[in-house]
Design a protein around this ligand. Sequence first.
Ligand code: ACO
Ligand code: LMR
Length: 604
Amino acid sequence: MSRLFTKDTQAIFWNNNKTAIQRMLDYDYTIGRDKPSVAAIVAPTSNNKFEKFFYGPDEIMVPLYKSTADAKAAQPQADVLLNFASFRTAYDVTMEALEIGGFKSIMITAEGIPERLARTMNQAARDAGVTVIGPATVGAIAPGAFKIANIGGTIDNIINSKLHRAGSCGLVTRSGGLFNELSNIIAINADGIAEGVAIGGDRFVGSVFIDNLLRMESNPDVKYMILLGEVGGTEEYKVIEAVKDGRIKKPIIAWCIGTIAKHFSSGVQFGHAGASANAERETAEAKNKAMAEAGIHVPASFNDLPATIREVYEELRANGTIQEIPEPELKTIPKTRRSKQFICTISDDRGEEATYAGFPISSVATPDTGKGIGDVISLLWFKKQYPKWATEFIETVIKTVADHGPAVSGAHNAKVTARAGKSVVESLVTGLLTIGPRFGGAIDGAAKYFKYADDNNLTPAEFLSYMKKQGVPIPGIGHRIKSLKNPDLRVEGLKKFAAEHFPSTPLLDYALTVEQLTTSKKENLILNVDGTIGILMVDMWRALGYPEDEIDEFIESGTLNAFFIVGRSIGFIGHILDEKRLAMPMYRHPMDDILYDVQEAEEL
Ligand code: ACO
Ligand code: LMR
């Protein structure tokens, strides 16, 4: 891996840290990335499915997942984990990500992870070939390609520090604050940076100076490197060795902060956990001296660092190593942005012609398109193009349930309402409101319970006793007038369609074994039309390759009953228009058909 990040790099962001994520997306938009740099967010305690963010003037939805495993499974291309968990959780999050695999780098922001755990975690990452940035860091940046969270600060600061496009310097610091400071100095005295990493201030960090400098040595964008170390530790000596043995050939400019420590009588702990010298070798002075002796460009003081940078840069310009970098055009983020109140993911009427899931209405509406109402439903309800056998099944269902005569609950209600002088819509709604667990609305329930029974390998007898314990009749079983002797031919039709066109019907096969048992108890306890539809829809979705959780979501959200609602609306409207044509007077139920049993109310 010669480059830490590219313009295609995408990350999974652990923790819904909205400000930091928005900063990443603002950066992406400004530099003209095609894809947002954050592909997913892990938010274990959220029940939301996505979070809205601005992408330039518009908004995008970044999916939320409850676990890193779910996020990685859904976004396998995202190979950076931005671990923004607290110091209590960061270790577990990193170890889990290493176990899941597929991450090239993991950035850990938390400060104060217990050192024993940090060492275990860093070693595990090293063994897995994963670059860890941090702990206790603001991250890293590949200007013009990918930026982690808050590194570089605001967009204005980023542009001032030339962090919007790749320059020539490879920068490695411990501190994040000094990273920003140095980026600015490099922008003023040279042409900016090609890759920068703040490795973090804890005593035990994952990738150390040498790891990053060796990668930068092999990164063709990096022409020279700057190392900003600090008092404490001996990592700088590994860099000296690499320079001496020729593994690093590109010029390095280096400075260790903390030379002031020698003016104090005892050892001084600077801001970072790692910033204190335990031996002479670890002092900033000793390290600066050793680096200078190895041929690294070490200024006389921190104040002289800008001049040294300018000198090295000018020399590389003069010998042709560094060329002029063209300034890219940047996109501007509007000063005011308004968050949208509604989201629509199914249709769009902004163009010349409105679309159903991306298809112009004219491409599905007329007979010459070869598309039917099943195609329209598959586009508008499921945002997918279903194969012919599936759209024809949907149409078969709708046609099958369109009406079942005037006597059924819903049609009766619609007729009574129409006769009370109400409009088509009012009468229709009355009929629709009748659809529920006993009439026409058992489709979701049938899918849910039969799927549960089959998933859990319940025998029909076990399923019956399970439902008895639940205290509900089995949805999709039983009919008022249909029975073994008077079979429901709609059910026969649907079963025949499935046998001829479905790749397989495992749930229906299971349901028929249940029906054998229920009809052996009572012959009207057949698999009814609701049950057959619900069960076959599950078989259809499984055959179409839907994952189980998506099928469960369809069932939970009432999608299946919606097929009955659409179909039966046709019949209800027919009955309502029939009443209107016949100009029938208001209906009053015959009193002799009512059992009156009214007692005088007791006084309490
Ligand atoms: N599961 C288990 N036992 C049942 C079921 C069932 N789904 N339905 C009825 N039974 C049993 C009852 O417990 C009762 O048993 P019992 O005689 O030992 O006490 C017996 O069958 C008769 O019960 P009723 O409620 O009188 O049966 P009815 O014929 O009136 O019920 C109904 C028809 C309402 C459809 C009923 O079977 C039911 O609730 N089924 C589940 C809901 C359903 O699928 N509805 C959709 C029907 S199709 C449509 O509307 C388009
Ligand atoms: C229907 O489709 O409405 C029927 O199955 C219900 C009934 O009572 O006949």
